[in-house]
Ligand binder design. Sequence first.
Ligand SMILES: Nc1ncnc2c1ncn2[C@@H]1O[C@H](COP(=O)(O)OP(=O)(O)OP(=O)(O)O)[C@@H](O)[C@H]1O
Length: 288
Amino acid sequence: MPEDRTTAAGGTDAGGAPAAVPAVRVEGLWKRFGEQIAVSGIDLTLPAGRFIGLVGPNGAGKTTTLSMVTGLLRPDQGRVEVAGHDVWRDPVGVKSRIGVLPEGLRLFERLSGRELLAYMGRLRGLPGAEVDKRAAQLLDVLDLAGSQHKLVVDYSTGMRKKIGLAAALLHNPEVLFLDEPFEGVDPVSAQTIRGVLERYTASGATVIFSSHVMELVESLCDWVAVMAAGRIRAQGPLAEVRGDAPSLQSAFLELVGASGRNEHESLDWLGGSSGSGSGAGTGAGGAR
Ligand SMILES: Nc1ncnc2c1ncn2[C@@H]1O[C@H](COP(=O)(O)OP(=O)(O)OP(=O)(O)O)[C@@H](O)[C@H]1O
């Protein structure tokens, strides 16, 4: 991985020279769903060539943010640039430079894995022979070669993630967005995906992925943005965001205001030590 030379604000490098074009620049981004504010006027600068984690608790606004950044959801307000191109003014310019593995990935179920990649490659404008070559290599590396003629509808959760990843990588995008790429994936497949992503970022490309698994983010990412209740609570190099905390997990709990939260008293009926046994209706003052 390259040495960090970008300030947390993403403005200049250590020598004061202008920083390279960031992978993503977000300014004043808002999204409401009725009364619910999902994303609350966030600013975000994610440098290129990094392995970036967008972390936050359930409902923090990660998926909504990624959907707006990738042009899948129109913001109420704000600006988004990907690799220097405005997502809403230059949608084709942006979409040709990105790969997306969205949450709840919908695939063409009645195609085989191989056919799906052939179709996606042609949609991306790649010549047939090139699609064939890249598809064969991706299927091989992702350990899907043996299932390439199986219909996608018959794929397992992990296989779906892997074929979705292959489709997102086929055109060799500059920036790859992944919403919870490791959810429902077994450790062997996770390791395979991880290897592919590490190889991809080592060549200078950017991976931006959302997760609430802190250990994973800590072991993979060199840059993180922490989101809670629709706002960005911290962003910067992993070591900077972690600060003096023993782990990203503790820093995260501190940042999202969940540190030291103790709810066990409201569950005093739960488990063997409560003395209330398995019977219903014993109440808080049950036999002790
Ligand atoms: N289409 C929608 N209609 C109404 N509310 C929505 C919609 N999409 C998201 N929200 C709300 O916006 C907030 C942010 O949701 P979002 O899915 O972006 O969070 P998240 O950080 O991705 O959560 P998770 O980790 O649980 O997937 C939540 O309160 C959610 O209920």
